[in-house]
Write a protein that binds this ligand. Structure first.
Ligand code: ATP
Ligand code: MG
Length: 426
C-alpha cells in the first residue's frame, strides 16, 4: 500500500493548530483596518513573465519558481511572492486613476518556492504583505515599517530588531555597481557559481550571498554610502528620523540589499534575535520600488511594501513562549437520556442562536460516556434532556463549577443558562 504523505516542504495545518492561524489573520486584518489598507486577492498563479522580469538576478526568480505549462503555449508560475501580482493587478485595473493616492493594499496567502526545506523554510508557505503605491515620501516608508513592527509587537514578540539600509536612487546604484565590479574583479573567479552570475547581472546582489560571506573579498567591501547621491542621502536620513519619532529601534546595516532586484532607496528586514530562529530569522522584509508600476505598463509611480512570513511569526511566538489561541472551550453541553428524539438537537440549536458554543450528544450513549465528553470539552454548563423531564416539558440545567442544578420549564432554557453562565466569574 502506498504511504500517502504531504509533499516535501509542505504541511497540513491541523484543526488544533488552525486557531493560532486565525488569531494571526485576525490581528493582521484589524491592524490593516486601522491603517486604512484594503484587501486584495490575486490568483495563486500568474503568467511567468509577471515574476520573471528581464535581467532579474534573484535566486527566487532564477532557481526557486514552480513553473509549468498546460501545453497551450503558455508558461505559468505559482506565485513565489505577492508584490508582482499586486502591481500587475494595480496596473491592469488602472487603480491609479480610480482611487486617491497612495493606494494601500494588503494581501495574504500561499507562496511557493522550491527551496531546501528546513524549520521555518518551506516550499509552500504563507505571507501577509502590504503595498503602499503611488506616492513617494520617507514618512510613508516609516509608516509601512511601523505597521509591520506594530503587528509583531502586538503579537508579543520581544526579541526582534529592524535592520535598514538604503540602496539609493537609480543614479546612486549605477555608480555603486561600477565600484563593486572593480572591487570584485580579482575575486569573482573564487566565488560561488551564483556570485559569478550576480557579478555579471547585478553586482549589488553579491552582498546578499550566504555562501561566500566569509570570503576575503566580502570583508572590506566599499560602502554604498560613498556612491549615494545627495537626494538619496537626505531621503534616507528622513526615513530614520521618522523611525526615531515613532520610537522604532533600528540598526543601519549597510550590507542589507534584499533578495529582489526591484528595490530602490529604502530596504529593511525585521529579524528575530532569538537563539532558536537560526538562519530563518527574518520575520518580515521589504522596501521601496520605483520602477515596478511602470514595468507593468502603468505610469511612473513609486511604491513601498513588505511581506511577512506567517509560519515564521508563529514559530517565533512559540519559541518566545507566547500562548497562542487554541480551540475555545464549550459553553454548553446538551445531554440526551432515553427516548427523547430530536429534543436535544432543538435545545442545542436554541443555545447556538443565543450565542453559546454548544456541543450536543446525538447518538445513544451512556450517561458516563456523555459526562466524559462534558469533561473533555470543558463545558461550563450541561443541559440534560431526560425522558421523564421532557414528558413534563422540563429540562435540568447544571452548572459544572458550582455544581448547582435546577429543573425548569423548557421555555426557560435561555434565561436560566444566561444567569448561570454569568455566575462563573464570581
Ligand atoms: P530568506 O533570506 O529567509 O530566504 P527572503 O529574502 O527570500 O528570505 P522574502 O522574499 O523577503 O524572503 O519574503 C518575506 C518573508 O517571507 C521572509 O522574511 C520570511 O519570513 C518569509 N519567507 C520567505 N521564504 C520563505 C520560505 N521558504 N518558507 C517560509 N517563510 C518564508
Ligand atoms: Mg529566500
Amino acid at each position: 500500500m502506498k504511504n500517502y504523505q504531504t509533499p516535501r516542504g509542505t504541511q497540513d495545518v491541523l484543526p488544533e493548530e488552525s486557531y493560532r492561524w486565525q488569531q494571526v489573520e485576525t490581528a493582521m486584518r484589524q491592524l490593516c483596518r486601522l491603517y486604512g489598507y484594503d484587501e486584495i486577492r490575486t490568483p495563486i498563479f500568474e503568467d511567468t513573465d509577471v515574476f520573471k522580469r528581464e535581467n532579474d538576478s534573484s535566486d527566487m526568480v532564477n532557481k526557486e519558481m514552480y513553473t509549468f505549462s498546460m501545453g497551450e503555449g503558455d508558461s505559468l508560475t505559482l506565485r513565489p511572492e505577492g508584490t508582482a501580482g499586486v502591481i500587475r493587478s494595480f496596473v491592469q485595473h488602472k487603480m491609479y486613476g480610480r482611487s486617491e493616492l497612495p493606494v494601500k493594499l494588503w494581501y495574504k496567502g500561499e507562496m511557493f518556492r522550491h527551496e531546501r526545506p528546513q524549520k521555518g523554510r518551506y516550499r509552500q508557505f504563507n505571507q501577509f504583505g502590504i503595498e503602499n503605491i503611488g506616492l513617494k515620501s520617507p514618512l510613508i516608508d516609516a509608516e509601512v515599517i511601523a505597521l509591520g513592527y506594530q503587528l509583531v509587537k502586538n503579537f508579543g514578540l520581544s526579541q526582534i530588531k529592524v535592520l535598514i539600509n538604503t540602496l539609493g536612487d537609480a543614479a546612486s546604484r549605477s555608480a555603486y555597481r561600477a565600484v563593486l565590479k572593480e572591487h570584485f574583479k580579482d575575486a569573482v573567479e573564487e566565488l560561488c557559481p551564483d556570485c559569478k552570475r550576480r557579478y555579471q547581472q547585478n553586482p549589488l546582489r553579491l552582498l546578499d550571498c550566504k555562501v561566500d560571506r566569509d570570503h576575503w573579498s566580502m570583508q572590506h567591501v566599499p560602502s554604498l554610502q560613498d556612491s549615494l547621491t545627495e537626494a538619496s542621502k537626505t531621503y534616507f536620513k528622513e526615513v530614520l528620523a521618522a523611525l526615531d519619532a515613532l520610537k522604532i529601534p533600528y540598526e543601519v546595516d549597510e550590507k542589507l540589499v534584499r533578495g529582489l532586484d526591484y528595490y530602490t532607496d529604502t530596504v529593511f528586514e525585521v529579524v528575530s534575535t532569538h537563539p532558536e530562529s537560526g538562519s530563518q530569522s527574518a520575520v518580515f522584509a521589504g522596501g521601496r520600488y520605483d520602477g515596478l508600476v511602470e514595468y507593468f505598463g502603468g505610469p511612473e509611480m513609486s511604491g513601498v511594501g513588505f511581506a511577512l512570513g506567517m509560519e515564521r511569526l508563529i514559530l517565533l511566538a512559540e519559541a518566545e513562549g507566547i500562548i497562542l489561541d487554541k480551540k475555545p472551550d464549550c459553553d454548553v453541553y446538551v445531554m440526551a437520556l432515553g427516548e427523547v428524539g430530536e429534543v436535544p438537537l432543538e435545545l442545542a440549536t436554541r443555545c447556538r442562536k443565543a450565542g453559546w458554543i454548544t456541543e450536543c450528544n446525538l447518538v445513544p450513549r451512556s450517561l458516563k460516556a456523555q459526562f466524559k465528553s462534558v469533561d473533555r470539552r470543558k463545558a461550563k454548563a450541561v443541559v440534560i434532556a431526560g425522558e421523564n423531564e421532557i414528558q413534563n416539558h422540563q429540562i435540568t440545567i447544571k452548572h459544572i463549577l458550582t455544581q448547582r442544578q435546577v429543573t425548569v420549564d423548557l421555555t426557560q432554557l435561555e434565561e436560566t443558562l444566561a444567569a448561570m453562565l454569568k455566575e462563573e466569574g464570581e
